[in-house]
Design a protein around this ligand. Structure first.
Ligand code: F6R
Length: 242
């Protein structure tokens, strides 16, 4: 694991963006695993800026998002499909047909999970998987517990996660109770993983995930077993590493 701590926001965001743009400049057909949440928003804004400056093209890229809420129509303002369209896809030259977000609003969710895995399996490994981390150590929506699931699956959201995400909804009752998420196995298959952690409120979980025991009770700790992970922390999240 390569861990970098940044003194300023600009360095953090630019380094994350450079990882993606250099990959796409070397391999225009790269497969990117993408995340939602607050953490990658400035990164997506930087990628849009770099695209406008002619520094990167997404024309050949294929993307797979980690997760989606169950029960929200794709065009719901808080669906992860809407998030990705608004925060990145609508502003770059990506072929929207090459962008994939699990659909959490279909009758047969099991089939949706199977076909999401099948599609990733057929197209070959993700070249770079972007991740954020939940306060409880979740990656994607793989919540802590006695067991973790390898493939894409329907997962209940813990109360802590629903509370954290309630900031985007009118009230906590409006936050979906379940998600469709890539499993830890799907995540670990990526050639490279880039984990972004920002904010003092993530300092404790950052330390547990990156230096603590590898356990299903902290799903992000499994990343310690992956051969090619880079972790970018801001000052707040990195406070226990100094
Ligand atoms: C989002 C995702 C989640 C978030 C995590 C952190 O697609 O899979 O694991 O990365 O909940 O969210 P933020 O960045 O909002 O703190």
């Amino acid at each position: 694991m390569n861990i970098y701590i940044f003194e300023n926001e600009e360095g953090f965001v630019q380094t994350a963006a450079n990882q993606i743009t250099s990959l796409l400049n070397t391999n225009p057909y790269a497969k990117l695993g993408l995340a939602t949440g607050s953490t990658p928003v400035p990164l997506y804004a930087k990628l849009i800026e770099m695209h406008r400056q002619g520094l990167v093209s997404f024309a050949g890229a294929t993307t797979y998002n980690l997760d989606e809420y169950v029960g929200l129509p794709e065009n719901h303002p808080e669906s992860y499909r809407t998030f990705m369209n608004e925060k990145l896809f609508n502003h770059v030259d990506i072929n929207i047909a090459q962008t994939h977000v699990p659909n959490g609003n279909v009758a047969d969710l099991e089939e949706e999970c199977r076909s999401y895995d099948q599609m990733m399996e057929q197209n070959g490994p993700i070249d770079l998987q972007l991740l954020g981390i939940g306060h409880n150590g979740h990656i994607g929506f793989n919540e802590p517990g006695d067991v973790l699931t390898s493939g894409t699956h329907v997962a209940p959201l813990q109360e802590k996660t629903r509370k954290a995400n309630a900031r985007f909804f009118p009230s906590i009752d409006d936050v979906p109770t379940h998600s469709v998420t890539m499993g830890v196995g799907s995540i670990m298959k990526a050639r490279q993983i880039m984990l972004l952690i920002r904010g003092e409120d993530k300092a404790e979980i950052a330390q547990r995930a990156l230096t603590g025991p590898i356990t299903t009770e902290c799903p992000a700790s499994l990343l310690q077993c992956h051969p090619n992970v880079i972790v970018l922390l801001d000052q707040g999240a990195g406070r226990y590493f100094k």
